[in-house]
Design a protein around this ligand. Sequence first.
Ligand SMILES: [Mg+2]
Length: 313
Amino acid sequence: MDRTSRAAGTVIGSAVGDALGAPFEFGPAGVFGGRFPVAGAGGEMCGGGGWDPGEATDDTQMAVHVAESLLERGRLDLPDIYDRFRRWAAADPKDIGLQTEAVLGSGLPWDLAAETHFATSGRAAGNGSLMRAAPSAVHFARAGRAATMDAARRIAALTHGDRAAWEGTAILHELIRVALDGGDPVAALPDTLAAVHPDHRARYATVLADGWHPDDATENNGAVWPCLGSAVWALRTTGSYEDAVRAAIDLGGDTDTVAAVTGALAGAVYGIDAVPHRWTAPLHVPLPGSVPGRVLRLPELLDLARRLTDGPR
Ligand SMILES: [Mg+2]
């Protein structure tokens, strides 16, 4: 399988997970599997909870804004990404994370807003920087591990002042980088953990350990640690893109984001051909903050993924 297929699998696999999980957000475990007990039977991209079938949520919308900044600027331009986020938040998206909303609506400059929010609230370890990681992971992969993890941390820090969120996002970027190279992200966990900031290594080692189960989590999966741990668990305990994403959604809770993170990882491992056509066909990404009414569908997302693989200019 070539890199183009894995990159498309990462970007579109994440968007599909987001859209597939959205109707089940904040529900209990097992609802998705109860409604769709047989994998491959169809009808799963069902919509609900205010979402149309195939409609991607804030996770993918923010990811596309990151992607378009990287492609148009040709480099990591943090003020530009922040500005796109701010315009998006001001354009009344259907959903936005509490922490992200507080930071982007603060009126503070890009390099102070998240830090200031964290200093006053003490709470900034949500999964909101994990959920939008697929495009930047693809874009920086060719630059190697250190550059990949550094870019991840900086993009995360735009909205999340807690270093725990930066480190989790850096781990996800690195696991995707390994998969894009044809490697096994689960086998790469020890090396990846060694590159995590020492203050945060033990907590990630716990949720990424073989044998950790999402039921072992000490926070709900809207937090960065169990969200990442659950995605790696879903990848580790299944054998296909479809089964990994089904397992992620069936955990309940923050289903769109856990499935978006799982879908990015599983899409990188299994490639775009493993993402069912019946899920990619209805996929669409409204893009508040862009040209009014603009909606991206599969051809535009495939083009985005292909261009992102070229890396920074
Ligand atoms: Mg969402």
